[in-house]
Ligand binder design. Structure first.
Ligand code: ZN
Length: 217
């Protein structure tokens, strides 16, 4: 799961009390931001094993701090606390936390068994990355539905929404059909971090150009 992770962020942002869209975009990928940073720092680990799943060649064999359910809840609590400090609004904090936790649940659908509950086995993952004809329409379907939902509730300029939609689609297509890394290097996590940052910046732009109409919240 890649751009599909931003579907819950778009849906949550349509709530009148929601934090800014870019904050929810960070939240949706918070544990992947942390994972790639931890890979660069040597705290968590992955390797490239071509063919390990049909779609993604990553053997994500050590990510107890970011991709255990417990770890994810911890990251959710951190973001919720920051949102609470900034906005002093309980609903905003809960929405942010929910978006962070949604990442683990969506990963559970697509990952091979490499997720955990508390950082130790059993390892969990329903493995849709081995079933592209389910995983691809699923991912495109949920992000498209979320973009339409957001478009209907957040009134304003069309251009930033179109740009964000197109860029997300391009990132996803490159992710699926572009050349895949054949061996592990710092380029793998750095590419991920750059892609996430581009999406967050576009979400910031979009958030400044559209506003939720309270009557439809
Ligand atoms: Zn993840």
């Amino acid at each position: 799961m890649f751009i599909g992770h931003w579907a819950p962020a778009l849906v949550a942002s349509a709530h009148p009390k929601a934090p800014k869209l870019w904050v929810l975009f960070v939240g949706a990928q918070l544990v992947d931001f942390a994972f790639f940073a931890f890979v660069l720092l040597g705290v968590e680990h992955m390797r490239i094993v071509p063919g390990i799943t049909k779609m993604v060649p990553f053997d994500l064999y050590h990510m107890p701090w970011t991709h255990s359910l417990l770890g994810t809840i911890g990251w959710a609590a951190i973001l919720a606390a920051l949102v609470w400090l900034a906005l002093k609004n309980r609903i905003a904090a809960l929405l942010a936390a929910g978006v962070v936790v949604s990442h683990w649940l969506l990963d559970l659908l697509v990952h091979r068994p490499d997720l955990t509950l508390v950082g130790t086995p059993p390892k969990l993952g329903l493995g849709l990355w081995d079933h592209p004809w389910i995983a691809m329409p699923l991912e495109l379907g949920i992000i498209l539905a979320a973009l339409v939902y957001y478009q209907r509730r957040a009134k304003g300029k069309m251009l930033p929404l179109i740009v964000l939609s197109v860029v997300l689609l391009v990132l996803q297509l490159v992710n699926w059909f572009g050349e895949q890394a054949s061996e592990m290097s710092a380029q793998v996590p750095i590419t991920g971090l750059v892609a996430f940052t581009v999406a967050v910046l576009l979400a910031w732009w979009l958030g400044t150009r559209r506003a939720i109409s309270p009557s439809q919240g």
